[in-house]
Design a protein around this ligand. Sequence first.
Ligand SMILES: [Zn+2]
Length: 248
Amino acid sequence: MLSNQEKLRFSRQTLLKSIGEPGQQALKNAKVLIVGIGGLGNPVSLYLNAAGVGNIYLADGDSIDISNLHRQILFNETDIGENKADTSAEKLQQLNSDTNIEVLDEMLDEELADYYFPLVDLVLDCTDNINTRYLINRKCLEHKKPLVIGAATGFDGQHMFINPNIPDSACYQCLFPASKKAPENNCQTLGILGPVLAIIGGMQALQAIKFLTGHSVATNQLNIFDGLNNSWQQFSLKKQANCPICSG
Ligand SMILES: [Zn+2]
C-alpha cells in the first residue's frame, strides 16, 4: 500500500494510466542494481530513486576526481576523493529518504555478482570497461536477470535491453563477441559531453521503469544516438547460434 505521503509525492506519475497506483507499488517493491556510478550511473540512480524505486544497490569502487565533475552531476567539489557509490547514496537519500539504498564500494567481481545478482529484479550496466560488461552480461544470463546496458563516448551513445527469460533474446556478446572485442574506447580515451550521458542514462532509467511496471521492453534492439545530427537509429539484433554465453 502507498501511504498518503507517497500518493502525493508520486501523483504526477500515478496520473499516467499505464502506471497508476499498481505501477507505483511495483516500483516501490522493485530491487535494482546499478553497476558503475559515474556519468551514466549518476542520472540513472537519480531518476530511479526520484521515481520511487524502493530498493537500489549502488556498485562502484572508484573515487571522485575533478575531471568527473563536468558530467557526473551528483558530485561537487567537496566530494573529490570520496567513493562514488557512498557519496551518491548520501545525495540520493536526501532526495528520497524512503529508498533503501545499499552501497558496494568496490569493483564488481565474480563473487560479488554471484551474491548480489540473485537479490535484484534488474541490473543496469553503467560501466565503461569491456571486461566488466562481459562479466555483467554473463552473470545476468547465469542468474536470469534482465539487463539494461548503456554506453556513451563523444557525442554518441547506445542502449540495449537483454532479457534472459526470453529464449531468443540476444546478449551483449552476441553483439560484441570476445574474439572481436569492442575497442576499449571510453571517456578517458575519447572524451564525452555530459548531456549525452543524460540522454543515454535517461533512456536506461526509462527502460527500467517500463520493465518494472510491466510494460513491454523490446529485446534484440540496439538503439544508437548521434548527438551531432540529433538522430536515433535502431538496429535489429539476432541471438547468435555460436555465442558461448547465451547459446552454449
Ligand atoms: Zn549471446
